[in-house]
Design a protein around this ligand. Structure first.
Ligand SMILES: CC(C)(COP(=O)(O)OP(=O)(O)OC[C@H]1O[C@@H](n2cnc3c(N)ncnc32)[C@H](O)[C@@H]1OP(=O)(O)O)[C@@H](O)C(=O)NCCC(=O)NCCS
Length: 152
């Protein structure tokens, strides 16, 4: 588990632009993973779970509530982007959530994040927004958009 948290933190540091203050610190990740309702996934550049000496290309972290699961973090390191790994990770999330009998996936995204087209192409649709939810390092406020995806 410690190794996996190292891998998550490594991708987190590379993937998330500090301007938007979306990245979690190690303590937040550790705390999230203490509970049985948290789930995560790691992938190498082939989209498989990385072996010991392989670099980690991407990850997600989610939390299940009653019949719903929230995607808390999704990241792919810049060196591995636009090769389908983000989509691969979302498909794994959807498959895992289905097995957990989840009915609906939820996530929150900063307005303007290019990830929106990925989410929409994977079946997510917007269900609401929180005005001025994010505060950037330069003091700019940005809305959060909530997306949902219904599972079979
Ligand atoms: C969002 C993110 C996970 C996408 O990872 P990825 O591996 O590059 O995604 P994919 O290669 O699977 O992209 C699939 C499709 O999504 C769309 N897409 C993904 N990134 C895009 C971008 N930056 N701009 C425009 N479209 C994009 C494209 O349609 C893409 O298909 P294409 O490459 O054939 O055009 C990655 O950019 C990332 O880690 N971003 C920073 C962290 C972040 O914002 N996470 C989401 C928080 S809500």
């Amino acid at each position: 588990m410690t190794d996996d948290i190292d891998r998550i933190m490594e991708v987190m540091a590379a993937a998330f632009d500090p301007t938007f203050r979306e990245a979690w610190n190690r303590r937040q990740v550790e705390d999230a993973l203490k509970f049985g309702n948290s789930h995560y996934c790691l992938v190498n550049e082939e989209g498989e779970w990385p072996q010991d000496d392989e670099p980690t290309a991407g990850f997600w972290l989610s939390r299940t509530g009653f019949e719903e699961e929230e995607l808390l973090l999704l990241g792919v390191s810049p060196a591995f982007r636009r090769k389908g790994l983000g989509r691969n990770l979302l498909r794994k999330l959807q498959g895992g959530a289905n097995e957990r009998c989840v009915k609906r996936l939820l996530l929150e995204m900063r307005r303007g994040n290019p990830a929106e087209s990925l989410y929409r192409s994977c079946g997510f649709y917007s269900i609401g927004e929180r005005r001025d939810y994010y505060l950037t390092t330069s003091g700019q406020r940005i809305d959060a958009i909530t997306f949902a995806c219904d599972l079979a």
